[in-house]
Write a new protein. Structure first.
Ligand code: AMP
Length: 512
């Protein structure tokens, strides 16, 4: 019988020499070297452990664990065993875990030893029968139990359309939803990216992203595995340590904040990057200033791409020629991905005009786990997925993201796109960055507020910022209030948490 299990696809790309190094750890007390055979055997033992539990196919296996090579193996083993992986952000607290466990009803929960007390209580109360521990020092009951399992395992038969992963959205604009991704969603995207980004023999990936999110778990890991490329593995991002390893690598993937932090390292030079082939950024907007500073310092042009949990990757700047990578844009729809811009009523918009981004393709998820109504709401009648992002396509076909539609500010009946105002504020002297939000206003419904971070040592004058903006944009777009703060709240993927800002400033125009 044909087996469309994604694990089989990745396994088939392992190099012929299984004793070659697949992963080298960069920040464990001693470097650890995992061969391809180690990955093959370790995932077989973990898959056999899961098989020994006698779970029905498609059972959910939830993991809230620190990043480790064994945690990656657990993901691969879940695919291999024909179950559904459910990665959970390590920052989630009891209330959140209770929601995810209640919603996804996992058969197995794996957690860090230090959290076993409260996680197991939540899990057992919800009827979960198996709770294991896994730490980032190769210890825990999961590995203890797997140690006695056979080290060969025939991948479970999976159909292309079977679920592989449920990934909960980060919920910066509401309750987290479980995006259901199939083996084929992930495989098709991994194959497209392998081609589009020119993965080649000799590539080595620096993996410094978390692995509970699409960027680190899919784009990075699938990229390296599908190319049979070794990874230099960081449990945590440390700019100095990553910069030090650039001469040993060819590909790096990061969220914008990682690039900003690496630019703070004097060791980041053209020579240090001479061996590198590709720097990819995504998950949050890359400031044009970072894009330019990186090019100036390293001679490399960061390739920005755009995607989301529900769709994996959607667009990318071109790989070649490097000069065609345009800062501030996310490039072109990937091969096989269709992308269109619609107005509020679902009608096409003229080229260059802003509207809602809708997409279609083999990478687009099956729907939200146990939320048929929410799923129906988020697809059009002709089955395009409404991404919730607002953007435009220019005459050359480049896509630009303007923001999340839920972050759109409607003031006195006028739409204000935060990104437009933020871009102008960011250009002002002394400004490091900014976030524009809407908060309740008695006259206008919402009032525009700018939350602005000064550059180190700069003193900002809120009234001066307002006065300057008045000369540049329509009055209704100009912030009614400018608040200066030392930094913006960000989640672990580097996204500005506008919901946190809205909550913090919701009383600015209205009494509590
Ligand atoms: P997540 O599902 O957590 O990966 O979040 C996906 C969202 O991140 C998208 O819907 C976009 O709003 C945002 N995003 C991802 N990549 C980019 C990018 N390159 N530029 C701007 N926003 C991005």
């Amino acid at each position: 019988m044909k087996n469309d299990n994604l694990f089989g696809t990745l396994r088939a790309a392992f190099p012929a020499d299984l004793d070659a190094i697949a992963v080298e750890t960069a920040d464990t007390p001693q470097p650890l070297y995992y061969t391809w055979r180690d990955l093959e055997r370790g995932t077989a033992m973990l898959a056999n452990l899961l098989a020994s539990l006698g779970l029905p196919p498609g059972s959910r296996i939830a993991a809230q664990v620190d990043k480790s090579v064994e945690a990656m193996m657990l993901y691969l083993a879940v695919l291999r065993a024909g179950h559904v992986y459910l990665p959970l952000n390590t920052a989630y607290q009891a209330g959140e875990i209770e929601y995810f466990v209640g919603n996804a009803e996992p058969a197995v929960v794996v957690c860090a030893k230090r959290n076993f007390g409260w996680v197991s209580r939540i899990a057992f109360n919800a009827g979960v029968k198996h709770v294991y521990t896994l730490d980032d020092d190769r210890s825990g009951t999961l590995l203890d139990r797997a140690a006695s399992q056979p080290d060969t395992h025939e991948p479970a038969v999976a159909q292309a359309d079977d679920l592989a992963v449920i990934i909960y959205t980060s919920g910066t604009t509401g309750r987290s939803k479980g995006a259901m991704l199939t083996h084929e969603n992930l495989r098709s995207n991994a194959r497209v990216l392998k081609d589009y980004w020119g993965w080649q023999p000799g590539d080595v990936l620096i993996h410094a992203l978390p692995i509970f999110h699409v960027h680190g778990l899919f784009v990075a890991i699938h990229g390296a595995l599908l190319n049979g490329s070794p990874m230099i593995w960081f449990g945590r991002f440390d700019p100095k340590a990553v910069v030090a390893r650039l001469p040993d690598a060819t590909v790096f993937m990061g969220v914008p904040t990682l690039y900003v932090r690496m630019l703070g390292e004097s060791a980041l030079t053209r020579e240090q990057c001479a061996h590198m082939r590709l720097f990819v950024s995504g998950s949050a907007p890359l400031l044009i200033e970072t894009f330019n500073a990186w090019r100036e310092r390293t001679g490399h042009t960061i390739l920005e791409r755009y995607g989301m949990s529900e769709t994996v990757m959607l667009t990318s700047n071109p790989y070649r020629p490097e000069s065609a990578r345009r800062g501030g844009t996310v490039g072109f729809p990937l091969p096989g991905v269709q992308l269109r811009i619609r107005d509020d009523k679902g009608r096409p918009v003229p080229t260059g005009e802003v509207g809602h981004i809708e997409v279609k393709g083999p990478n687009v998820f099956k729907g939200y786990w146990r939320m048929p109504e929410k799923t129906a709401d988020d697809f059009t009648d002709d089955l395009w997925f409404k991404t919730g992002d607002v953007g435009k396509i220019d005459a050359d076909g480049y896509v630009t993201i303007v923001g999340r539609s839920k972050d759109l500010v409607i003031t006195g009946g006028y739409n204000v796109y935060p990104a437009e105002v933020e871009a102008l504020i960011n250009e002002l002297p002394g400004v490091a960055e900014s976030a524009v939000i809407g908060v309740p206003h008695p006259d206008f419904g919402e009032g525009v507020v700018a939350v602005v971070v000064p550059r180190p040592g700069a003193a900002l004058d809120p009234d001066g910022i307002v006065a300057t903006l008045k000369t540049k944009i329509a009055g209704y777009k100009v912030p009614k209030r400018v608040v200066v703060v030392p930094e913006l709240p960000r989640n672990q993927m580097g996204k500005v948490q506008k919901n946190v800002l809205r909550d913090a400033h919701r009383g600015l125009f209205t009494p509590a």
